[in-house]
Write a protein that binds this ligand. Structure first.
Ligand code: AMP
Ligand code: MG
Length: 339
């Protein structure tokens, strides 16, 4: 199969919608990362997503909608707190977990009785959902374990030959996957995965936001988790990534005194000029929005640098920084050196 990369013209969106209604899987842009989409009601189409990505069978998918009517078909009930959060953050990069209705095949939720749903803001994604007339199950469109794709080219590099088409909507606006939350009651929610809707933003709508331990800490293979995706290997380039928790002065000193050849550095904009090893940058030290946007393409770029180990500067842990840290620490297999 030859994978077509298509500009999102009306004609191509209509073609992509036809593929989806015919049980195919396609790459689509969203404001977070590119998604690998299929009809959420079509079990065999959903199974194709797992095959194309090599995704572990126990890792559930997020379903993408563009109306509250569509949401009601997927879930048993919509709690008040969800309406409140939807009002504030939808369309946008927030995923909420609901009790699943029987309409949805278990393949979507990896056997769970709950379902993750999001209303994306990306225009192409919305046009596609409208044209197809169905909710779209869509995880990130990377090969499992690789950094998530933030351009059509990333999707093509991972999945060429495995899917019929990718809609090319340019570079993703945010560049990190959505914030995922569990709803408890009107006053309490639990953060399962940090994203561009930050804790601070969530707290403006719901008073108590608990951060699940999997957000910051490594989960052991046999540990019970609220979000199955937390325990899988993620975002890794071929080189080993190690995070250095220090200021730039000590980071530079560590790199300069390093005995081995074959190392590289992942640093903030401008710092590369002061280092003698191959570098990849991911935004300015104080520009978290840009760091988020560049993180995955920088992790992918490491593969072309021909180095065996990359030492990465530590992002901040608040605001969007928490989401960046959550991804980078997984790319690093939780290896951090404090200097
Ligand atoms: P991805 O689509 O690659 O962004 O991954 C989807 C994320 O949402 C994974 O981390 C899943 O574990 C999480 N997720 C999806 N459905 C559920 C659910 N029903 N309960 C908890 N987490 C979920
Ligand atoms: Mg993913």
């Amino acid at each position: 199969m030859d994978t077509k990369v298509l500009l999102p013209t009306d004609e191509n969106i209509e073609y992509a919608a036809k593929l989806l209604n015919g049980g195919e899987v396609i790459g689509m842009p969203t404001e977070t990362v590119y998604g690998l989409a299929s009809n959420a009601f079509d079990e065999s189409a959903v199974e194709k997503i797992f095959i194309a990505k090599g995704r572990p069978q126990d890792n559930p998918l997020i379903v993408h909608i563009n109306s509250l009517e569509m949401l009601k078909n997927l879930v048993v009930e919509v709690p008040d707190v969800a309406y409140k959060l939807a009002e504030k953050f939808w369309p946008g990069p927030l995923t909420m977990i609901f009790q699943k209705s029987d309409n949805v095949p278990l393949a979507v939720t990896a056997g769970l009785s709950t379902i993750a749903v999001r209303f994306p803001s990306n225009k192409v994604a919305n046009a596609l959902i409208t044209k197809a007339g169905i909710p779209l199950a869509a995880p990130s469109a990377n090969t499992s374990g690789r950094p998530s794709p933030t351009s059509a080219n990333h999707v093509y590099n991972d999945l060429n030959g495995k899917i019929p088409a990718i809609l090319d909507g340019g570079t993703c606006e945010y560049g990190l996957e959505s914030t995922v939350i569990l709803l408890k009651d009107d006053e309490n929610i639990t953060l399962l995965r940090p994203g561009s809707v930050t804790i601070e933003m969530l707290e403006s709508a719901v008073p108590y936001v608990t951060v699940d331990k999997g957000v910051l800490h490594e989960i052991k293979q046999n540990e019970q988790v609220l979000s199955p995706g937390m325990k899988h290997t993620h975002y890794s380039p071929t080189a080993k990534v190690i995070i250095i928790d220090s200021n730039f002065e000590r980071f530079k000193d560590f790199i300069d005194r390093h005995d081995y050849k074959n190392i590289g550095a992942m640093v903030f904009e401008g710092e590369e000029k002061e280092l003698d090893v191959p570098c990849v940058t991911y935004g300015g030290e104080d520009d978290e929005l840009l760091q988020a946007k560049l993180l995955f393409s920088s992790l992918r770029a490491i593969d072309d640098m021909g180095v065996s180990t990359i030492y990465a500067r530590m992002p901040k842990k608040d605001g969007i920084g928490l989401a960046i840290y959550n991804r980078l620490i997984r790319a690093a297999g939780f290896e951090v050196i404090e200097l």
